[in-house]
Design a binder for this molecule. Sequence first.
Ligand code: WT7
Length: 654
Amino acid sequence: MRSVALSSNESLANLLKEERRFAPPAALAAAANVTADAYAAAKADRLGFWAEQARRLSWAKEPTETLDWSNPPFAKWFADGELNVAYNCVDRHVEAGLGDRVAIHFEGEPGDSRAITYAELKDEVSKAANALLELGVAKGDRVAIYLPMVPEAVVAMLACARIGAPHSVVFGGFSADAVASRVQDADAKLVITADGGYRRGKPSALKPAIDEALTQCPQVEHVLVVRRTGQETAWTEGRDVWWHEITERQSAEHAPEAHAAEHPLFILYTSGTTGKPKGILHTTGGYLTQASYTHNAVFDLKPETDVFWCTADIGWVTGHSYIVYGPLSNGATQVMYEGTPDTPHQGRFWEIVQKYGVTILYTAPTAIRTFMKWGDDIPAKFDLSSLRVLGSVGEPINPEAWVWYREHIGGGRTPIVDTWWQTETGAMMISPLPGVTETKPGSAQVPLPGISATVVDDEANEVPNGSGGYLVLTEPWPSMLRTIWGDDQRYLDTYWSRFEGRYFAGDGAKKDDDGDIWLLGRVDDVMLVSGHNISTTEVESALVSHPKVAEAAVVGATDSTTGQAIVAFVILRGTAQDSDELTAELRDHVGHVLGPIAKPKRILTVSELPKTRSGKIMRRLLRDVAENRAVGDVTTLADSTVMDLIQSKLPSAP
Ligand code: WT7
């Protein structure tokens, strides 16, 4: 990791001035699940506040202790409590008479759909749990899940949770090698996959990657295969088992066992900037408490009337916390969509919102910028009037994208919640509350009730309002990672060694004059230009605020005079044409918005940007291009041809 030296009198750039403000809609505020009192209550008694939130759940044994921090930074939350996560997500709603409520409206990419009620989900989860037991999976055994976005993915995760077998979901777009290293690291005993899934209008095989990966993983005893596409599938007799065959003959009764609050619920791998992926370990009681609380509070969920839709893939933490555990623990009705946003047409998302009357939509800035690029006329063709809260996650959202989202998707009415969190934090940490916070485009603003976050300088001193530095979390929180699977030392080194007693998130941030937090991107991405720390996020937001720019990625390239020079890669909107005049105009625009120091030295127009499969821009690769050297490892790119495309378009570098 490149460490950025921030001298104490010189902080991350604090240049962008955003004056727009949006008050919560009066009707929403009047009926909001969470009001301003929650901040005061949590401040007065943080642990009492979380103990109260834990009572949202049904415990087989109520916890008497809240936090055990006697061996920091190894936390135990609600340690003497016992509960079953699947019971909380499914059975208890059926017992409460809500069995006929739709849990999942599944929309397949080819247009097939399926509504699954809580009663049906309970039967399916119980059968799957019984099937796992028949295949010899016992409490504590790890199960790897490599599935497309189909309901069986949710069922599989809940079945694992039910029997206490930690799952490790591996994103269906990862290669055989990536699967193999994750299956090995978690030492998984069983893998759940599918013949394939639908992707961009075609069946796309999944099982071959498992077959290849498992040549390196002899400990895997069985592969459970969901039939989704019906395509030709190679079969290993004795090892492979069809999901439908084994689940069909199971009993729909399975008594949920109570697991200790600190029993491992799942491992989820996150790729660090360097080294092998980190297996982030989450446990049971604290994780579910915070996933459930934040889903209710931040989206103002009314389970009787809302239709929730989180567009993430189940392979990311967003899918874990806000497709599976948050919404289902709250008895929500939600949409699950299998495919891509432009299949068969660029209005697919809006067609789905209209079809199901989606009221709460949770998506990522990368998607929002793509929709902006496709044009305002596409969402305008659909009835989006059911929407009442919009969420964003994954990256800093550029103010212009925020305002576009509110106007063109939210009809100018909906609050936007920009939620900052990480795989490691397990659930949301910093976000407006839709019935409380006056929102500011581009800022995640305030730590949620019960969460303590701040911004510090190099010497760990809290920065004053109006300054920038590093984002840290100053108190443990219920859904925090407990360690890195099998590597406590790496857990300490990565998160707890940079600032004594504080969790280092790896993100740059600033506090504005009101003390609200603005995320400035990964610290590794900060640029140092003529002695000034400048955030890539701020320059990108300045570029995107120009009407002709849809997306921008900015990197610092080594420069003999200024240390680093700002190089920008931009995607133009709709009909805008690349020209020297436009480039000059964009440079001036950035100079005008942020100040002359932030003017990019070079601006290159491209048609695509390199992104990870979760939609984050890979600035490292753009830095390689900007510094005129061979492009590094592209294996985590969503589309590995993008870099060739970018390089082929470049004028020969100076
Ligand atoms: C990193 C964590 C959280 C689920 C999806 C990503 C960036 C995430 C925001 C936001 C600014 C954000 C941070 C963070 N990030 N949300 N609202 N504003 N930045 O999980 O893959 O673990 O990535 O995503 O850089 O550290 P992840």
